[in-house]
Design a protein. Structure first.
Length: 288
């Protein structure tokens, strides 16, 4: 899956160059390029919506011509047809998709990394007080071992005294998570009271089809015995992750979660020696 996210990692240098170039160019020169991009996405969205509308029109016409419409169309189905056949509803959907397509969060977070580097702060060497710690949200995720089965993030952590939960939003963040995961598994892989899970998240709906197509390649890159520990999520969780402290999706994040589902420690970016020491020590403290 996440070779697709190389689109992300390859674009970081490109963004950096673009920022430098745009700062020296006339701002008026940027508009035609931006307008072309927007027009291209507008066309793709309109084409998709138009095909859906045409298909529904044909299905509805066939039902009425066959005389079975009164038996087959439930109120819910009728509403669905009316929404798809309504130009107003179509334009609302178009506006919603455009808002997602041109969200600024991704670019703002990439610029933050360019400005301050891939380490926003260093992780604490102590646990967060339990009373002040936040619960993980109830998120439905799919296992890499079996995509057809949905799992609840809180439930998969519940059997363990402590779990390391890594979040990867881009190819750039994968080595960040790995720098924490590898030493953690080296020490705790055989401990039945300690869990490990990695969630690879794609927040951009426009990338999901491509990411899904590459899922088999990502699955093949993970050892068979670890596939049940890797999960995928195709949903925009930017608001939820920011509330939990994961403010930048360019970076990889790791969280120590206690048996109650609370985040007791958090780190991001490439692990330092001190952060690895803190991770292993604090995991042991929660495991006692």
């Amino acid at each position: 899956m996440y070779s697709t996210r190389l689109l992300f990692s390859r674009h970081l240098p490109h963004h950096y160059q673009s920022i430098q170039q745009f700062s020296s160019l006339n701002p008026n020169l940027k508009e035609p390029v931006e307008q072309q991009k927007k027009q291209s996405i507008f066309n793709r969205i309109d084409s998709s919506l138009e095909k859906q509308r045409q298909k529904l029109e044909q299905d509805l016409l066939s039902m009425y011509q066959s005389g079975h419409h009164s038996k087959r169309l439930t109120p819910e189905m009728k509403k669905k047809y009316q929404d798809f056949l309504s130009m107003e509803k179509t334009m609302q959907q178009r506006h919603h998709l455009m808002q997602e397509a041109f969200q600024k969060g991704y670019f703002d977070e990439a610029k933050e990394i360019i400005k301050v580097g891939p380490k926003l702060w260093h992780a604490s060497d102590t646990l967060f007080p339990e009373i002040e710690s936040q619960f993980f949200p109830s998120i439905e995720i799919s296992s890499l071992a079996d995509a057809s089965v949905k799992h609840n993030l809180m439930q998969i952590c519940a059997p363990y005294k402590v779990s390391l939960v890594a979040f990867v939003f881009s190819a750039f963040g994968e080595p960040h998570a790995k720098s924490f995961v590898d030493p953690f598994l080296l020490k705790y892989k055989q401990d039945p009271n300690v869990g490990f899970f990695q969630i690879n998240v794609e927040e951009n709906k426009f990338k999901v089809p491509v990411v899904w197509m590459l899922r088999p390649f990502f699955r093949a890159s993970i050892p068979k015995e670890l596939r049940s520990h890797y999960y995928t999520l195709y949903e925009n969780i930017s608001d939820q992750r920011k509330k939990l402290g994961m403010t930048n999706a360019v970076l990889g994040w790791v969280n120590l979660v206690d048996r109650h589902g609370k985040i007791r420690w958090q780190a991001h970016g490439a692990a330092t020696e001190k952060e690895i020491e803190s991770l292993l020590k604090l995991a042991n403290d929660l495991n006692c």
